[in-house]
Design a protein. Structure first.
Length: 117
């Protein structure tokens, strides 16, 4: 959902996450950056002509476990995560991938998208 901030700037609201429009893109294609980037969040959403193309999606796996799907990458909730704060690791971590997501109450607060695959 697209809304305006208190300053009149466009904001993209997806669930509990808010994104601000990065001005470096053309109108047809826009990159939206996490509003909590001061806290280290590097989550991004891509839109084309106002349609969300890529965003994080919280789903359940076939086994009923929570998973985050972000583009072509999937992240499993780390087994040591307890309470509202959760660490999510790339499903290819056994191959040395160090990409991970940190959420608090299902809001992305930190995101390392450095995949090796």
């Amino acid at each position: 959902m697209f809304v305006l901030s208190r300053n009149g700037n466009p904001v993209l609201q997806i669930g509990k996450n808010r994104y601000r429009k990065w001005t470096g893109r053309k109108e047809q294609r826009a990159l939206w950056l996490c509003n909590k980037n001061n806290s280290g969040c590097t989550a991004k959403v891509l839109t084309v002509e106002g349609i969300v193309v890529q965003q994080p999606v919280f789903v359940l796996s076939r086994n009923g476990k929570p998973v985050i799907q972000l583009g072509r990458y999937r992240f499993n909730r780390w087994s040591g995560s307890r309470g509202a704060k959760a660490r999510w690791i790339c499903t290819k971590d056994h191959k040395g991938c160090r990409a991970k997501i940190l959420t608090v109450d299902e809001v992305i607060v930190r995101f390392n998208n450095d995949h090796n695959h």
